[in-house]
Design a binder for this molecule. Sequence first.
Ligand code: IPM
Ligand code: MG
Length: 364
Amino acid sequence: MKHYKIVILAGDGIGPEITASATEILKEVSKHSDIKFDFIEKVIGGRSIDLHGTPITNDTLEVCLSSDSVFLGAVGGPKWDNVEHDNKPEQALLKLRKSLGLYSNLRPANVFKSLINSSSLKPNIIEDTDILIVRELTGGIYFGSPRGKDKKRGWNTLEYSKNEVERIAHVSFKLAQNRTKNLVSVHKSNVLESSQFWQDIVHEVHTEYSDVKLTDMYVDNAAMQIIHNPKQFDVIVTQNLFGDILSDISAMITGSLGMLPSASIGDNHSMYEPVHGSAPDLAGKNTANPVAAILSIAMMMEITFNEKTISSNLYQAVSDALEDGHGTADIINDESLSLSTTEFTNIVKEKYLKILTKQLEGSK
Ligand code: IPM
Ligand code: MG
């Protein structure tokens, strides 16, 4: 029996609803395997501010540090808009990423055939798109100092060290080696010294991965190219802020921000979360799209627990559910046919079981 300790940080807004879907799926996985999950639930973000006066307590951080993996729903909402900067819900996320050393953030965007008409982009443009954005997550302008604001100005610092660029470059080249061996390094080296430095280091690291084709692209052009011709991309590696922006753009290829999962990986820890936010207007309505959360669990199975079959079965279960025309309101054009969060999750569970049954019969 494998035994894993998973910290569950549901967070705010739709966070608890999509997190419930994620844990349902983990329980289903456990039911049909030799894996047992212990869930440790902790509050984070706005709820933690309300209860403990801080977006993340030391206790929560400690528990995450001693876990096998972390699942996070979403944090933030208008209720905490006026909280002082250092105490905002989002700070919990940044502190977790930094404290757990989660420097590589993987954000895949691929198109499910059944949803080809849900995107605002033309089907022939997005068909067969399969992009993996590797976002540097613990450096750059998000964390640089000095930072601050006073009555006359506001300032932040964009800085990258050699080690920070090297390690994310290694991760990206290795991922590209296992895909179609194309890596695009996105920066703004025509204007920023920090980007020239980034470019130089990525090229240095490239000498160790001669089988991968490396292309440089300015971030403004990359934003345009992702919409213009997304199929040209395989793996994209980029800095923290650029990755934040480009991953929202690439989400639109998939039809909804509710579709995009993510993995945040460091040398010793990992955290999985949907790319979407807390969507306060949808909170409590049982209408949020749980696909990003479920696919984040699929990523957890593959990357942290090396359970590749479980991972691909989960992905297939989501795909089969969508293929049958099921989905939440954000991806289903006819509102009368859209499902609730829990209904859709149940269908994914049924599909997962069907896949397992079929595999079992096949192996007899
Ligand atoms: C994301 C989010 C976060 C970020 C916010 C909530 C701090 O937008 O994960 O993309 O900017 O990194
Ligand atoms: Mg973002």
